[in-house]
Design a protein around this ligand. Sequence first.
Ligand code: ZN
Ligand code: ZN
Length: 118
Amino acid sequence: MKQSQKEKIIELRNDGLTYKEIANAVNLSESAVKSFFSRKNKAVCAMCKVEITGKKRFCSDECRMLWWRKHPHKTAKMTEITCAVCGKKFYSYPSKHRKYCSKKCYGKSCRGENYHDK
Ligand SMILES: [Zn+2]
Ligand SMILES: [Zn+2]
């Protein structure tokens, strides 16, 4: 299996295609595609293709945001929110409760450190 095929497989999987559809797209057998995913339990960052552990799709918040920027059609329900504490922009489903980019910032806001001293 070529590296380009592997990348394509991962990309198509991230797009939600079935093993069969992926197999057709990269000219491999369905079982080859299946084994590609079952061989290792390691996930690969959908953005930079770096290997990651666990069930995450991205290695970092940066990759997650980059990916969403590149796939606006998949983020129709997501909106860009500016963190009320650090001003960092992030994507989330609209919610009154989602004002902070991270637990850290949420903690800061709870401690009244809303606008950090610069
Ligand atoms: Zn990444
Ligand atoms: Zn923040």
